[in-house]
Ligand binder design. Structure first.
Ligand code: MIG
Length: 685
């Protein structure tokens, strides 16, 4: 059951697809108060209460014990003290003895979530603007709550199947020759690869929808050649459009009066990579149509995937603020006066993403002016929407790859997300593991982090452990920043071991893709906290470093430097598959309880519940050349196991795709038992 309560005048965010009448009575579960414009919701927490949700945010799977702020921020090098990341996902589930409900704040402005931070026994949720639709969801289980939330907000985005292949990326691939070399190194060494991301270096002076003719002379031919190698090019697009007459996207944007405006009616500008930019008013339908059409030449050149960046939106500085800071320089006497110097340095340090700047410009959806900060968290989501709508107009029968840095609930219908600029830190390996189930709960199933870490220098062992987690994340992309250690698999002395990890991904790919499709099509979750399947087991509920995957699996990656293994908690009897490669793995039946698992650097486990199957195919080096006609079926079963395999890559503009999909019954999982209790059999489709 979902109940809706309306406060003030909510902005239509497009997050919700179900239209419900607003209730008049008191809000259940929460104490409501008003402080000025603010709407404040308070809930006493019992010691056992656990909180799930908030999608992309720092800290644990259980969000209790910290304060989070929904305010989309370009926050390079975030730590566990960072309150706001790139996205705002305002859905939170309360789970405890006799307590199970979810709250969703459909509010595109700033919302704070004091979840036992100020007082450990109290959760306080504050909507700063007080204009929102509040939804309270009640179901009788955690999975049912997740499904109900997806019914409210719509089905998750379906990427093409190739998007489950390995993608290599780096800020700094500056020419066609460099990209070709990356492709060649992978192909030459039989390292699987389905995509290469092109970062801002491909553009002419970082201008969207251009490419450097010197470095990328013939994009169409380049893209065609790469496609012959079964590699997709995935270019980046940033939010800002450089303000420059004669540059067609600017001219056409200007002709449609498409940009966000300052109070005086002139175009708002701020510097980003291309220099001074204007910002498309994505909240307008006509602007989305215009922006979406700008992708067309790239689509026509054969590009089938994009990543949208800098769409919080990230602002390096506004001319006004820079001018004020420069003026201060001239006014500040040199030496002696520390206070003046500190205030000078703070004037420069606060140039980027300044709160006041976000209050200085306006959107004009349906004619009326809306100040940006009131709808700030929608910007990236509506850019994603503009892109996805453009792709659908270009070819309604194809799925395109699209992932965005910034997002809001609703964007999960149009694209996936990557989790922004992480670092080559062990703590960030754990961070993404803990984000993934909450992203799934909020609808973002197609997600992943920069494997290996974006900033700082990766080490060989950290990359191995990142990739071992990445085997299971829908988006599996190795990405790193300019000036950091080169991070492609083939740069390392142990590249063959790293390749084995990628080969396991490809052997599992038809299985993982099917698990993803089933989760997406049933409004379920591909990754779940253990509490979702074992709500009565306090150990499972408190588990922070293991995840359920798909219908019948669990993962428990190594997250620590120099660890030779780890403890794993099994909430029920399972089969452990300890992979070294697709051909080399141990099958170990394990009983419910605690286990110390030895996991050398080349090893990583997948756990399978009883009477579930995992399918391994012979693999390949791209999704297009994958041999997925015969499978080894691994499981600990006492009966035959039905498995629905999805191969279909087609599009479905309607809610249910069944007729386009190919469920295949695999009778071959019947018990032929080489290890007691463990079935291995080969199924041929
Ligand atoms: O200000 O395009 O998160 O993935 O490599 C940095 C360069 C801009 C931030 C993205 C990152 C990307 C980088 N971008």
């Amino acid at each position: 059951m979902i109940r809706k309560y309306t406060f003030g005048t909510p902005f239509p965010t497009d997050a919700v697809v179900l239209s419900l009448p607003a209730e008049k009575g008191p809000v259940p579960y929460l104490d409501l108060s008003r402080e000025g414009n603010q709407v404040v919701l308070t809930r006493k927490l019992q010691p056992e209460d656990v909180l799930f949700g908030l999608g992309e945010s720092v800290r644990g799977i259980n969000k209790r014990g910290f304060r989070y702020v929904s305010w989309n921020s370009d926050i390079f090098s975030h730590t566990e003290s960072t309150e706001s990341l790139y996205a705002s996902h305002n859905f939170l589930v309360f789970f405890g003895p006799g307590c199970l409900f979810g709250v969703y704040l459909d509010d595109p402005g700033r919302v704070s979530w004091d979840l036992g931070f100020t007082r450990s026994d109290t959760a306080v949720i504050t909507s700063e603007n007080g204009n929102l639709d509040l939804y309270v969801l009640e179901e009788d289980s955690l999975p049912a709550l997740a499904r109900s939330f997806r019914k409210l907000t719509g089905r998750s985005y379906l990427p093409p199947r190739w998007a489950f292949g390995y993608i290599q990326s780096r800020w700094g691939y500056a020419s066609e020759a460099e990209c070709r070399a990356v492709a060649e190194e992978h192909r030459k060494r039989d390292i699987p690869l389905d995509g290469i991301c092109m970062d801002i270096d491909y553009m002419e002076e970082y201008k969207n929808f251009t490419w450097r003719k010197d470095a990328f002379p013939d994009l169409e031919r380049f893209s065609r050649d790469m496609r012959e190698e079964h590699i997709h090019l995935v270019p980046i697009i940033d939010a800002g459009i450089r303000q420059e007459e004669g540059y067609p996207p600017y001219d056409s944007g200007k002709a449609g009066d498409s940009f966000c405006k300052k109070g005086d009616g002139s175009d708002f500008t701020a510097a980003v990579w291309p220099g001074l930019c204007c910002f498309p008013d994505f909240l307008r339908e006509d602007v989305r149509r215009w922006f979406g059409s700008l992708y067309r030449p790239l689509l026509e050149a054969g590009v089938e995937g994009f990543w949208n960046d800098m769409n919080e939106p990230s602002l390096f500085y506004t001319p006004e603020r820079l001018e004020a800071a420069l003026l201060r320089t001239r006014e500040t006497a040199s030496g002696g006066d520390y206070e003046a110097l500190w205030s000078l340095s703070s004037a420069f340090n606060s140039l980027a993403n300044n709160e006041e700047d976000y209050r200085s410009f306006f959107h004009h959806p349906s004619g009326t002016a809306v100040r940006h900060d009131k709808v700030h968290n929608l910007y990236g989501a509506f850019m994603t929407r503009a892109s996805a709508e453009g792709f659908r107009r270009f070819d309604p029968d194809r799925r395109f790859l699209l992932f965005s840095r910034s997002s809001f609930i609703g964007a999960h219908r149009n694209g996936g997300v990557w989790t922004g600029d992480n670092s080559s830190w062990w703590s960030h390996l754990k961070l993404v593991l803990q984000m993934l189930p909450n992203l799934n709960l909020c609808g973002f199933l197609y997600s992943g982090c920069d494997l290996g870490g974006f900033s700082c220098n990766v080490t060989e062992d950290l990359l191995a452990r990142f990739l071992q987690l990445g085997v299971f994340t829908p988006l599996m992309r190795n990405h790193s920043a300019l000036h950091t250690r080169e991070q492609e698999v083939y740069r390392f002395s142990s590249w063959e071991d790293l390749r084995s990890i990628l080969r396991v991904r490809y052997a599992l790919l038809p299985f993982l893709y099917s698990e993803f499709m089933k989760a997406a099509l049933s409004d379920g979750m591909y990754f779940r906290p253990l509490a979702f399947d074992y709500p009565e087991d306090p150990r499972a509920v408190a588990t922070e470093d293991q995840l359920l995957l798909g219908e019948g699996c669990m993962i428990a990656p190594v997250l620590e430097q120099n660890a030779s293994g780890r403890y794993v908690y099994l909430p029920e009897d399972m089969l452990m598959i300890r992979f070294r490669s697709p051909e080399d793995y141990d099958l170990v039946p394990l009983d419910r309880g605690d286990h110390r698992i030895s996991l050398g650097l080349r090893e990583f486990p997948l756990f399978v519940k009883k009477n579930h199957a995992v399918l391994l195919c012979p693999g390949g080096t791209s999704t297009e050349t994958l041999d997925d006609r015969s499978f080894t079926v691994l499981g600990r079963t006492d009966t035959a196991v039905r498995y629905d395999l999805y191969r279909d890559d087609g599009i479905d503009p309607h809610p249910v795709l069944e007729e386009h999909l190919t469920p295949v019954f695999l009778p071959a999982a019947a018990p032929s038992v080489p290890v007691p209790g463990v079935a291995i059999s080969t199924a041929v489709l």
